[in-house]
Design a protein around this ligand. Structure first.
Ligand code: ADP
Length: 483
């Protein structure tokens, strides 16, 4: 059953119940008031007749006189009976309708016992209210006086009221149902629209759709706004997911392509080695060295891919103070040994620590230093400098190498991007992508400034550690036993 129908039914049921309660109350109250009226009339009439009867004595003539003026209404009936129930005298009104007021044995016993009894009986299709009383005349005789009034008028009025109340209540309930149905429909229409939009989105996967709602910001308004906000978030997430999937697809395609090149070379070379008659010794040596080179390239590529996969999703990076001086000194010393033809300088490294992962930071600096060395011709210079930038530390790797063309700069950190494949030095274009991922995972940034023919400067900025490098060693020194 729909909410609309349920709401309408509930609403109509409440209206109907209220009407039934109200009508019943009205009916019962009116019934009581009218009956009380009749009771009062009967009581007054009885009192008058009792006085009248007590005044009289002897058996001559009627016990009660019914002068025309004293009979209040033609629907008031009076009957006089012996105490044994025998009929003695009837009022003219009773004579006219020609019936006796009934007196059951129980009523008669009650009158004799308590001097009075009240009863409602049905005579000839109409209800009569009867008051029966015991009266003793001056000469000591006892009679029963019955005074009755027809309730027909009251019943007719109440019957009319009942019909009116039933018809009115039914009409009001039907009206309430109709109005409730329309109101519930109007109130729930935006929810219908939301449902339709949700269905359409489910069918078409179009997260760009929105629910159109221009009503007030009530519960429904807030629902529409929240639904639209949720759609916007879903759309963004969906787009992001699609981009990530596309990037992943490109990455897999690029990785396969990169791996296929050395594999093709190696397979070709194996074919050469298998030839009969065999190739001559000089060619064999050249082919083997070619194969070794390709195998090495492949292994470098696989290592890079592994690093990237780890940086992307692998273990969580540590976040601890990393003193820069020992790390940079170490890197420089090794670089100088490997590249004696370059002027590699790491002077004036600040004695500070950054907050990060020591292994990840070392890997990033190795990538930058390796690139700087790779793309700087002999005689050139490579500098590693550190500077403070409010709350952070910037580490720059500057070279006087070939530089990067401006059109390549925006793509330099993309996976498998090489600015100039002729001068890549055998790299697969993954180093900077790895560096960027690792830096960002340490809440840092990496940027590049470069001019072709003049050189490049890569700068990473990492949060400065609150714990200075000296204070880290202090507790260790304190803990050392005094000699
Ligand atoms: P690769 O492993 O090929 O070096 P990288 O991601 O480290 O991959 O670098 C991507 C490209 O950026 C390189 O192929 C090169 O063209 C350019 N590049 C990186 N560092 C430098 C640099 N210091 N000087 C000039 N070009 C650079």
């Amino acid at each position: 059953m729909s909410i609309r129908l349920r709401l309408t039914l509930l609403y109509s049921a409440i209206v109907a119940l209220t009407l039934v309660l109200f009508s019943s109350l009205l009916y019962v109250t009116l019934d009581r008031v009218m009956l009380a009226n009749v009771e009062q009339t009967l009581h007054d009439e009885t009192q008058r007749l009792l006085i009248n009867a007590r005044e009289r004595s002897g058996l001559l003539g009627p016990v009660i006189e019914f002068p025309a003026s004293k009979v209040t209404a033609p629907t008031t009936y009076v009957q006089l009976r012996e105490v044994n129930g025998a009929n003695l005298q009837r009022s003219p009104s009773l004579e006219r309708v020609d019936f006796d007021l009934p007196l059951s044995d129980a009523a008669r016993a009650e009158v004799l016992d308590r001097l009075t009894a009240k009863d409602t009986v049905i005579v000839e299709g109409q209800r009569l209210r009867i008051h029966s009383n015991l009266v003793t005349t001056r000469d000591g005789r006892a009679f029963i006086i019955q005074v009755a009034r027809s309730l027909a008028e009251q019943d007719a009025a109440l019957g009319q009221l009942r019909r009116l109340l039933i018809a009115g209540s039914l009409l009001a309930t039907v009206l309430a149902f109709g109005i409730g149905w329309v109101l519930a429909g109007t109130a729930l229409r935006p929810i219908d629209r939301i449902t339709q939009t949700a269905q359409a989105i489910g069918a078409e996967r179009d997260f760009g759709r929105r629910v159109s709602y221009d009503g007030p910001q009530d519960e429904i308004g807030r629902l529409a706004t929240t639904f639209n906000a949720m759609l916007a978030a879903l759309q963004a997430a969906y787009r992001q997911e699609a981009q990530a999937l596309e990037a992943q697809r490109r990455f897999v395609a690029d990785a396969s392509h990169e791996l296929r090149t050395p594999l093709t070379t190696i397979r070709g070379n194996i074919g050469l080695l298998r030839r009969t008659p065999p190739i001559d010794e000089a060619d064999r040596v050249a082919v083997l060295s070619d194969m070794a080179e390709e195998a090495e390239r492949m292994s470098r590529l696989v290592n890079d891919l592994l690093s990237l996969a780890r940086a992307d999703t692998g273990r969580p990076l540590r976040s601890e103070p990393v003193p820069l001086q020992p790390l940079i000194d170490d890197l420089c010393r090794n670089a100088r040994l490997l590249e004696p033809n370059l002027d590699i300088a790491c002077a004036n490294t600040l004695d500070v620590a950054v907050q990060g992962d020591p292994d990840a930071l070392k890997q990033v600096l190795l990538i930058l230093l390796d690139n700087a060395i790779k793309f700087t011709p002999p005689g050139g210079a490579v500098r590693l400098t550190t500077t403070l930038r409010d709350g952070s530390v910037a580490i720059s790797v500057e070279d006087t190498g070939i530089g990067i063309p401006p059109e390549a700069l925006p793509h330099i950190f993309e996976r498998f991007f090489r600015a100039d494949s002729a001068r890549t030095g055998g790299g697969a274009g993954l180093g900077l992508a790895i560096a960027k991922t690792l830096v960002e995972r340490q809440r840092g940034t990496i940027t590049v400034v470069s001019a072709p023919g003049q050189g490049s400067t890569f700068t990473i900025v990492l949060p400065r550690s609150a714990t200075p490098p000296e204070s880290r060693s202090a507790p260790e020194a304190a803990a050392a036993p005094a000699v």
